[in-house]
Ligand binder design. Sequence first.
Ligand code: ADP
Length: 490
Amino acid sequence: MPKKDLILLALDESHTLKLMDRALQAVNYETAIAANIKVLGRLLQETTPALIMVGETFDGKDGLDIIEELSERFPTLPFLIYIEKAKPEYVKRIFKLGVGAYLAPPLRTDDIVGIVEGTLKHAHRVGDWLRREVKRTTSSLKKRAQISESERSRLETVINNIHDNVMILDEDNHILLVNPAMCASFGLNEKAVIGKPVLDVIQHPDLRALITSNGLHDPLQHHEVNFPDGRVASAQLTPIPDIGYAVTLQDITYLKEVDRIRNEVVHTVSHDLRSPLTSVIGYTELISRAGTLNDSQRDFLRRIEESVQHITALINDLLDLGSIEAGLDTRREWVQLDGLLRYTLDMLQGQINAKHIKVVTDISPDIPALRANPVRLRQVLDNVVGNAIKYSDKDGEVKISIHAEGDQIILQISDNGPGIPIQDQAHIFDKFYRGRNMDRQEGSGLGLAIVKSIVDAHQGRIWVESNIGQGSTFFIVLPINSPTIPTGRK
Ligand code: ADP
């Protein structure tokens, strides 16, 4: 019997994966298992799957994020997601993304096959006319000689009027079409380059690397192309079935510049503010020594001191962030994370007592030391554990676990506080981002930005899982032996 459609399975190694694989093969579907995101990218390039089944998390990435990114590149490809538990917020997100259905335990063979068949049937119906259209336009491109004059000029008009750089290559990397923006960026003569191998024509190392590399094999990667005049573009390769692929470059110089200026302004202003603040603190201390103060004067002074302390803490956070992002955090020594946690809990004991928070720790024995900057890791713990306590209600519970797995240490901090709205979750690691409904808590929105930059500097990963009303869990994974890679400006 001929094999039916190909189903790609992008789930971490598990019993569920094996069950799905067996169930689909039993009814004659062809299956391919992606061991990780890179392999998934390669499979997408080398095969034509009819459907992709993605795990809730796959290769350390959120399954829905993977689907969101991939469906931008393969808009007609149907996806299914397997989730451990149908949490309402997550399910809402699934449907919002246009993923029509999901699978959740308990899984039966019939359910797996039923949902795959249903999704394929739907996708075939919706995609049929779309595929016909794509085929009609693209197959005419394949043999340029056969493109009617009107069709070709219509296509050229569209591509020529796009501001982004666009070039269409055939499967053997010969140039089929190139727009004026691309010609201007790379000094090409359109008439002379059509039909030529792209690598004979493009000398720019970043773009050559993109074309020759496995750029196509890793659809989740972003590629930057830097021009000698300082311009920066974001480049992408998009496969065009039966033709080859499109190379598109979007100018992001402006965005890069805005980001650089913003960082520079924040850094300079923070520096400049620090010295006048030191004098303000100095003089407020002197006032009380200059003579006797009445009660309201003492109260005013106390308020001034509190405000100055607040601004000083903010400025120190900004300066910290600046130096970590600039790659200046290169100190590495062997650090016991469980030992650092004890200091953090000691420091937060006052707040823990005041809110009657129950703190439960679950620390595996013999946690190995990791190579890290102890001061920075302490900041990570202070911020994340501090938030768990700050955002918990009275009598709440905070659980902290530390485990080693392979050459990584996994730190989990959970609370049963208010949870983080799904719309906020993507932004809480951004600078100055404060969640909605958080006005009642003090804060600057810089804590998690600092935490993320420290974790990044240690080649680790951080993410959050949270449900409204049920609390939040922050996961931090740190390599035991992170290399020191100074990046950015020095
Ligand atoms: P801040 O606490 O100063 O607002 P952070 O950068 O530490 O800034 O956190 C950013 C946002 O993330 C917070 O404003 C809050 O909305 C959310 N957040 C962080 N931790 C928690 C938590 N444990 N529970 C609920 N919300 C949290």
